[in-house]
Design a protein around this ligand. Structure first.
Ligand code: TXA
Ligand code: MG
Length: 324
């Protein structure tokens, strides 16, 4: 199978996407977080292909993607607090765990709850409108590997298994959506992501402190994830980080301000030279992916546990061979 990289300047790009869906073939589409491997939520065969292509364990459910301006109670139930979250943050990088209605067990891996989100990316939204029905879309990478933030990254990982990727350039956020569950009068974060705890609190919502018991609620959180093909070591402390290197070690710091001391080795990359977490998250998977080909190991200095820094540290921890 030869993958086609589709630009959206043609008149026919949406038709090409819908044609693939008719043949039960998923299509890689850009979202504002990462590229997703999309298929109609009603197509059992296309969903089966998603699991096959990603080599994803069948117990790991898929996110349902909708438009916020649809009649959502066709697909899931929302209470008052969930409705407020939707009004505030959709479209955007918030995913909600809600009680499902008319969503197949293949999407939710048998659960009565579905994780739903309304992506903000115009290309993804246009496909939703053209289809007129929800799409499922896990990140468009092989299971456990780095999430793709460019069409090129999708081609490198899944190019032999897919028909089509729509090129929307580099994703705005570069890390996945934040998954939230409403519990009583407050919100619980099941997966850290592009929408930060601070954003949720600033909008007037109560947030529960994470407890280790709850981290296992999202099946995908238990898996090894986000791993580059070379060892990645994560360090809390800059002295440990800079202790030693081999010839092809790439050092990475997240913000310029995370470390300002002298640097004794050859190769240092700073994810955010402008010290903005958003620049860092946008570059994260892209930098790790290009490092795979040029270096033999990566040593990263952890960043501050605030704002988007939490999602960045989370992805680094799960992708790391060892945390120091
Ligand atoms: O930003 C995003 O959310 C991207 C873009 C493409 O939309 N999608 C994404 O999907 O990150 P995926 O499949 O890579 O990660 C979804 C996570 C997994 O950890 C999965 O276990 C969890 O959401 N999840 C999905 N449905 C669930 C459900 N019904 N109950 C609990 N966890 C669920
Ligand atoms: Mg993923």
């Amino acid at each position: 199978m030869k993958i086609k990289v589709l630009k959206t300047d043609s008149d026919t790009w949406q038709k090409d996407v819908l044609d693939c869906f008719t043949k039960n073939e998923p299509v890689a589409l850009p979202t504002e977080t990462v590229y997703g491997l999309a298929a109609p939520a009603s197509s059992d065969l296309a969903i089966e292909r998603i699991y096959e292509i990603k080599e994803r364990p069948r117990f790991n459910p898929l996110i349902l993607h909708v438009r916020e301006d649809w009649k959502l109670d066709e697909f899931f139930e929302v209470n008052d607090l969930e409705k407020k979250l939707i009004e505030k943050f959709w479209p955007g990088p918030l995913s909600l765990l809600v009680k499902k209605k008319n969503v197949s067990d293949l999407v939710t891996a048998g659960s009565d709850y579905v994780v739903a989100r309304a992506p903000a990316h115009p290309i993804f939204r246009q496909v939703l409108s053209a289809l007129g029905a929800p799409l499922v879309a896990p990140s468009a990478n092989s299971s456990t590997k780095l999430s793709p933030t460019t069409a090129q990254a999708v081609v490198e990982d899944l190019g032999t298994k897919l028909n089509l990727v729509v090129d929307g350039g580099i994703c705005e956020w570069g890390v996945e959506s934040t998954i939230v569950k409403v519990e009583g009068s407050s919100c619980l974060i099941l997966r850290e992501g592009a929408l930060s705890r601070e954003d949720i609190i600033a909008a007037g919502f109560k947030l529960q402190e994470p407890s280790s018991a709850e981290v296992s609620v999202t099946p995908g959180s238990q898996l090894k994830h986000y791993s580059p093909q070379i060892p990645l070591f994560l360090f809390e402390n800059s002295e440990e980080w800079l202790k030693d290197a081999v010839a092809k070690t790439l050092f990475i710091q997240v913000l310029a301000s995370d470390y300002k001391g002298s640097f004794p080795f050859q190769n240092l990359k700073i994810l955010a030279p402008d010290d903005d977490f958003k620049t860092a998250s946008k570059n994260l998977f892209d930098f790790l992916r290009s490092a795979q080909n040029a270096y033999s190991e990566i040593k990263v200095l952890k960043t501050k546990q605030v704002g988007l820094g939490r999602a960045i540290n989370d992805r680094l921890e799960r992708g790391s061979t060892r945390t120091k």
